[in-house]
Design a protein around this ligand. Structure first.
Ligand code: SAH
Ligand code: SF4
Ligand code: F3S
Length: 440
């Protein structure tokens, strides 16, 4: 019987895309997916370390998964991803049950690491920088959960070094993937039935700057849209500083680019933005938003916010609430500031007590709930294009181009189709719709 793997993934969409690649690698060497971790011969935790909470989750999962060795002494436990990259051997000392460690730099080395571990060695391959043959990873097949919408990583790493953020330390400097390699993958995906391409990068709008012949990100949007069969394009995450006019133009001009953008602002106070080293002011952010709303009609914006950054006062926090009120985001991901080892903000003076962060977070969520129910109501009676992704009990579920979940009556024949639907009832997290027609 073939060996079985189980992967638990934490963190951002890029990490989920990495997991799809790891699954592809494991399939290519004969592994099959296990139904649960208890049946696996290889358990991989693909980790995140962006805040303290995900770190703790990884440790508690390791505590549980180590029981596998009582039943199956040959079973291997691997830790991949950002926590592996940040903590390295320190983590193995804390959790000696770990057999294998690698990161997003060297996923392609996994087959050799498994061999090493099977021979009884600790296969800890945490490198200081990405290896020369890093691009090998694009040659492996990927195994995806969603047959219609596919993530395509186009740039790795981040050069921004926001003072609170660990990502540049775990993912390295920005490395753009070549245009040919991206378009090859997009073509392959479309041939397999994918209709929506979601371009990924921690700072995706920086794509192309570091290529031998630099290419602007907007050009990538045009080139992906030219691939026959690409019906929808999304991209995440855009940094406000790199959201240049040509990208906004491209969003407005290319019919397949979805009416949605995730544009994290993090904080509303200019003093805090400067301490974060985000490279823009509140006014500049709001200006970009105004331009987006003017050029890309009906665009839905989402964002990330940090509450309780060191020295944040009541007045600073009010500025954050002010941005929420003005922009009316359709989705807000808010986080309490979490000091990360090795980042400047972790040792800044004026760290706030947890009660203050919790209280501000509660107030932010309350305000956002109010805004969201108002924004959602505006969908009622409108016509939306929905790409149907799932079918269950006579109903189908999909997303609008504004990235909202929509539900309507229908069967399997609608799977993978783009349909026009009328919104009958809108709540913050779901649009109940009626089918008008199947578009394509
Ligand atoms: N590249 C993206 C963000 C990636 S990390 C960008 O620049 O927008 C995802 C989110 O986690 C960030 O937007 C931020 O809101 C949050 N985050 C990152 N570091 C954090 C920290 N130390 N404490 C709390 N939240 C943090
Ligand atoms: Fe982190 Fe800033 Fe880079 Fe985003 S842009 S990944 S927040 S350093
Ligand atoms: Fe987490 Fe790494 Fe993504 S730290 S948010 S998994 S880049």
């Amino acid at each position: 019987m073939g060996k079985k793997f189980y992967i638990k993934t934490f963190g951002c969409q890029m990490n989920f895309n990495d997991t799809e690649r790891i699954r592809g690698i494991l399939r290519s060497i004969g592994y099959e997916p296990a139904k649960s971790w208890e049946e696996a011969d290889l358990i991989i935790l693909n980790t995140c370390t962006v805040r303290e909470k995900p770190d703790q989750k990884v440790l508690s999962h390791l505590g549980e998964y180590k029981k596998i060795k009582e039943k199956n002494p040959n079973a291997l436990i691997a830790v991949a991803g950002c926590l592996a990259q940040r903590a390295g051997w320190e983590l193995v000392q804390k959790a000696p049950v770990i057999d294998i460690m690698f990161s997003s730099f060297n996923m392609h080395q996994l087959p050799e690491l498994i061999n090493q571990a099977q021979a009884g060695y600790k296969a800890v391959a945490i490198l200081e920088a990405p290896p020369e043959d890093e691009d090998k990873i694009w040659e492996f097949p990927t195994e995806r959960d969603n047959p219609y919408c596919a993530y395509v990583t186009v740039i790795k790493g981040c050069d921004k070094f926001c003072t609170y953020c660990v990502v540049p330390l775990t993912r390295g400097r920005e490395r753009s993937r070549s245009l040919e390699s991206i378009l090859d993958e997009v073509k392959r995906l479309v041939d397999e039935g994918v209709r929506e391409i979601h371009l990924l990068g921690q700072n995706v709008t920086a794509w192309g700057k570091d290529l031998e012949k630099p290419v602007p990100f907007s050009e990538l949007l045009y080139r992906v849209a030219e691939v026959e069969g690409v019906e929808r394009i999304r991209f995440t995450t855009g940094h406000p500083k790199d959201l240049t006019d040509d990208v906004i133009e491209a969003m407005a001009e290319i019919p397949q680019v979805c009416n949605a953008l995730h544009l994290p602002f993090q904080a509303g106070s200019n003093r805090i933005l400067a301490l974060m080293d985000r490279g823009y002011t509140k006014e500049e952010y709001l200006e970009k938003v105004a331009k987006l709303k003017e050029k890309v009609k009906g665009i839905a914006l989402s964002t990330d916010v940090i509450v309780g950054f060191p020295t944040e006062t009541e007045e600073d926090f009010e500025e954050t609430l002010d941005v929420l009120r003005r922009v009316e985001f359709e989705q807000v991901f808010s986080f309490k500031f979490s000091p990360r080892p090795g980042t400047p903000a972790a040792s800044m003076e004026g760290q706030l007590p947890d009660e203050v962060k919790t209280d501000r977070m509660r107030r932010l969520l309350e305000l956002q709930k109010e805004i969201l129910s108002r924004v959602a109501k505006r969908y009622e009676g409108t016509l939306q294009e929905v790409l149907v992704e799932e079918e269950k009990d006579g109903k189908v579920i999909g997303r609008t181009t504004t990235n909202k979940w929509a539900t309507l009556k229908g069967g399997k024949e609608l799977l993978g189709k783009i349909v026009k639907a009328r919104v009958v009832k809108a709540s913050p997290f779901n649009l109940e719709c009626e089918l008008v027609e199947v578009v394509k």
